[in-house]
Write a protein that binds this ligand. Sequence first.
Ligand code: DC
Length: 692
Amino acid sequence: MFKVAIDGPAGAGKSTISKIVAEKLGYQYIDTGAMYRAVTYKALKLGLDLEDEKSYDFLNDTILEVDGTKIYIDRVDVSTEIRSVEVTTNVSTPSKIGVVRTWLVDYQRKISESKNVVMDGRDIGTVVLPNADLKIYLDATPECRAKRRMIERLEKGVDISFEETLEEIKVRDHKDSTRAISPLKQADDAVYVDSSDMTIDEVVNKIISLVNERGSVKMSNVKFFEGQEVKGIINNVTKDAVYIELEGENKAVIYTNDLADYVEGQKLRDYYYEGADFKALVKQVTKDKKSNNPLYILSTKLYSAKDDIKVFEELKENDQVIEAEVVNVTRAGADLKYKEYNNIKIFLPAKNIDLSEEALYSLRKQTIEVLITFVDVEKFRVTVSHTAVMNRKARIAKAEAKAAKDAAYAKLSVGETVKGEVVSVLDFGAIVDLGEGVTGLLHRNELDHKLVRNVNDYVKVGDTVKVQIIKKEDGKLSLSKKALIDHPWDVLKEQYHVGDVFDGLVTKVIPAGLIIKLTDEYSGLMPRSEYAWLINERLDNNVKEGETITVKVMEIDSAKKRVSLSHRATLANPWGDVKARRGDVITVEIASVEEKGAKVKFQEVEGFLPVNEVTAQKRISRVDEVFPVGEKVEVSVTDCDTLRGKLVVSAKLLETKKERDEFDRYYAQQEKELPTNTIADILGDALKDKLN
Ligand code: DC
């Protein structure tokens, strides 16, 4: 492997030059500064004390990867973030920490082991690759470097003055070259190149010519590049390698570890024949020691991986969940295997699975469902996620639940009676689950016909309720329990009808009358005037609260929701038929005699005949001196008040009246019989006679 180490201070142009040189040579460019930046970035993000060596324990769980000019930390591309001013001003601190340097130097050495590389940094020639084939110390004056850095920043829109930039460069030079571990210094065997007055091309060409001088593969001879698909013919098969001649007489070799179908102990000659066609991918370009021409190391494993990786690209494209086997578990995550695609590395980072470390370990040898999140076509690597599968399942379940809910909702219609479960009780009502995720509001006002003050008195969580859908709008449902309960007024009307007589409970005596219970919800009023027929008969002292009284329903007023009751309507009223008026002549029967008169019977009622109203003929002290009990007597009515139950009669009055009538009749007769004695009378009589 040919290794080029390029060291130098900040702003000397190392990265620009190294990138171009690597590209021209077909080598791998490795930017070690970016690695120090990436570590700094993560430490800053974790909010750690950069000066404290213990802070860097996080490196044990850190995955650092470089891919061309991209750099990933824990599989996240941070290529842009590491160039921030914050990282730039802080990077010197982690760079002087021993554990950071050891960790990064190990990594840098490892990735340069099997490749031709151009590596730039501060300690590449001195520490990382002390045996590098070519070491360059690229320098420029601080002013020149400050100018370059300024231009570079201005292009990115960052405007920092020349003086400030120069100061920053000088501070960094000082820090980089005076630190205790791996300070920036030119290796003894490095070629010093001052780029202050050179163009980029000039510097690049100088380095390439130095590479060529040092005996690397001549650029002009390199025909195929790493990763390229090549065809050739087998020209030799040995115990552990197959030699191939590629077009243009280019030599290639493939070793058993790169043969896709090779099984340990297999004899290569049984499978590979001279003269046969051969297809593979270039794994590496080296040089043939004898001829100094390129020697291409091929791999059919990579070749099949190239096809295989397409399968994963397609799986990713289709967003397909795959079941992969967990082969190995580390703290960083798990390596998986999918079907027969052994050439593809499948990695499940720990953060992509919602499991504890132990749970993750217990997955070994088990299969797990994953979704592909990243396919690295060049490195034949795939990153997967289990969390994504879980998220997707959750999404699907949610969508299914929504569809079921919508369908269930669509089926429901206003007026329908449904059963549901109370899932929550609120101040203003209860939420009822009707199944399939459909819920409705059972408003407080819809619980009962009565005024509901506390919803909890009616329903509690877990209750099954029967409700009617009364409104359906915008995906919402209004429910009613009340709609399914008969209105208490209707219940009352079923129970009571005008004319009904019943024994009612007096719940209250009020000035207006009695309040009488009808149902739990309603009471009726019996007005005072409806107590008795006779107005002297008083309600007070006769009826008390808590007693019952027989009443008759007189009126049911649905508009006012009032019921009028009457007690007297349940009683017969003998006075109602009494038609007698003062002066009327009626016949009564003497019922009983007492000191002041006699009780007399008239129709169904009782009247009174005072003793001094019996006769004017003689003085008596008892009625039966004239009328014995049981005698029917014609009398004149002196007072009749049916509302008060009062009838007073007089026989004397009738007697006097009879006498006067007789007297009147006598006089009338006498007048008729008397002769006329005036001229007028005589003339009148004569006229009368003539007419007769
Ligand atoms: O080249 P650069 O500006 O990207 O490097 C960033 C810092 O990293 C620089 O201040 C010094 C440090 N560094 C180092 O110490 N050793 C290296 N091999 C590369 C960089």
